[in-house]
Design a protein around this ligand. Structure first.
Ligand SMILES: Cc1cc2nc3c(=O)[nH]c(=O)nc-3n(C[C@H](O)[C@H](O)[C@H](O)COP(=O)(O)OP(=O)(O)OC[C@H]3O[C@@H](n4cnc5c(N)ncnc54)[C@H](O)[C@@H]3O)c2cc1C
Length: 377
């Protein structure tokens, strides 16, 4: 249930394995909504497994690395995928572009799509059923995002925290001054962060994100532009495309913790299972990996054992990114101004140590499973 990333990806795997799969989505139809995001080598590996890499390459922009500097020009991060392997890269794209590719493959694989299906209650008595009358199902996959309604009814303990910080997003045409192949960021204190991600596709798009404290009122368009240009003067031409506040999207972040991601005839995937702040840009990639691992477990084991194995196999990878994201986020988005000073001193030094820099690139690529553990693609 839930047609974001985890739902359709898992649906394709299971439909192709011969299962009867129905995907319930509350949105009335496929819509071009959602911010730009960075697909990492781990996410791309799952798309390759699904035979969708070529299609996705057609609607994405190759990204060679991440660059982040302070307002005074001190380089905090300059991470290039090719330092880890010449064939590694990221892909900038829009949520809707990836979704279109996944949904087509899902229906082509025999999956049934049900738009406009808001599922709010389920019962676990005598098999899983939705209380709108659908079911019983052999297995329900909860892929309904960070604010999942059904997660609480699965009987699995969960803790959900909302970050006080989020972001304003805008997608426009890329203007001169922003490279087409780098996720570029500039930071001030820990209260000021601005990033630009090329998301290419048919048009030369650029996705802007600006850090906001969610309980602070929007200062008005002119004042907001002034603050942004104060940090990033080179964005002047790009910002001319923002004529109204309605063109800005607001995003909040959640931190979801669960001891396990399965119950009886229920598995939880993606943000519903382990939402993170997008500081390390991993959510979609983890969701794709969840889908691949769950499908592998279901092919290998009987249902009960497969679900337990799914939790077991995902624990290290997800656990590393939960830890790293919680640890890193306050250095870039928080009220702890002293952390900003520490960041500006320590990150440039860390970048000079080749081993540490390679660990940072592996982290960015989505590959880490622990301080010394790493996935191989
Ligand atoms: C500002 C921002 C930037 C991000 N940048 C990146 C990035 O660069 N890289 C990256 O990998 N990740 C990024 N992420 C995270 C990424 O967007 C999420 O991790 C990813 O979308 C999770 O996918 P999902 O399928 O688990 O959930 P979602 O994409 O949230 O999809 C859930 C789906 O379930 C549906 N749904 C919800 N409730 C119900 C219901 N009751 N009944 C039926 N349907 C329901 C929703 O309509 C939705 O379609 C970012 C997130 C944010 C907020």
């Amino acid at each position: 249930m839930g047609s974001g990333t985890a739902g359709p990806a898992a649906g394709i795997f299971l439909a192709r394995a011969g299962h009867e799969v129905t995907l319930f989505e509350r949105a009335p139809r496929e819509e071009a909504v959602g911010a730009g995001f960075l697909l990492q080598p781990t996410g791309l590996a799952v798309l390759k497994e699904l035979g969708l890499a070529e299609k996705v390459l057609g609607v994405t922009q190759k990204i060679g690395g991440l660059y982040c500097e302070t307002a005074s020009g001190r380089v905090l991060l300059d991470l290039k995928y090719k330092e880890l392997g010449t064939d590694l890269f990221g892909l900038g794209t829009h949520r809707s572009s990836l979704l279109s590719v996944l949904l087509k493959a899902f229906t082509d694989s025999g999956g049934e799509m049900r738009w406009g299906s808001m599922i709010e209650e389920m019962s676990l008595e005598g098999g899983v059923r939705f209380l709108n009358g659908e079911g019983p199902f052999d297995l329900v996959l909860l892929c309904d995002g960070a604010r999942s309604k059904l997660r609480d009814q699965s009987g699995i303990e969960v803790r959900v925290d909302r970050y006080p910080w989020g972001a304003l997003w805008f997608i426009g045409r890329r203007t001169p001054g922003f490279a087409a192949d780098v996720l570029w960021q500039r930071v001030g204190s820990t209260r000021e962060l601005c990033g630009f991600l090329p998301t290419g596709t048919k048009q030369d798009y650029l996705s802007l994100f600006w850090s906001v404290r969610l309980d602070e009122p929007f200062p008005g368009l002119a004042e907001w532009k002034r603050a942004l240009l104060n940090l990033v003067p080179e964005a002047e031409e790009f910002l001319e495309q923002v004529k109204s506040v309605d063109q800005l999207q607001r995003a909040s972040y959640h931190d979801v913790r669960m001891g396990k991601w399965h119950g009886e005839r229920v598995a939880i995937l993606g943000d519903a299972a382990h939402a993170l702040s997008p500081q390390l840009g991993q959510g979609i990639n983890l969701a794709l990996c969840d889908a691949s691992v769950l499908a592998g477990c279901l092919a290998e084991f009987e249902l009960e054992e497969a679900l337990a194995e799914y939790t077991r196999r995902r624990r290290k990878h997800v656990g590393f990114y939960q830890f790293a994201t919680r640890w890193t986020t306050p250095f870039f988005q928080s009220d702890y101004l002293k952390l900003g000073k520490l960041r500006d001193l320590s990150f440039p030094l860390a970048m000079k140590i080749p081993y540490v820099r390679r660990q940072m690139i592996a982290t960015m690529s989505g590959l880490k499973t622990g301080p010394f553990g790493q996935l191989t693609l």
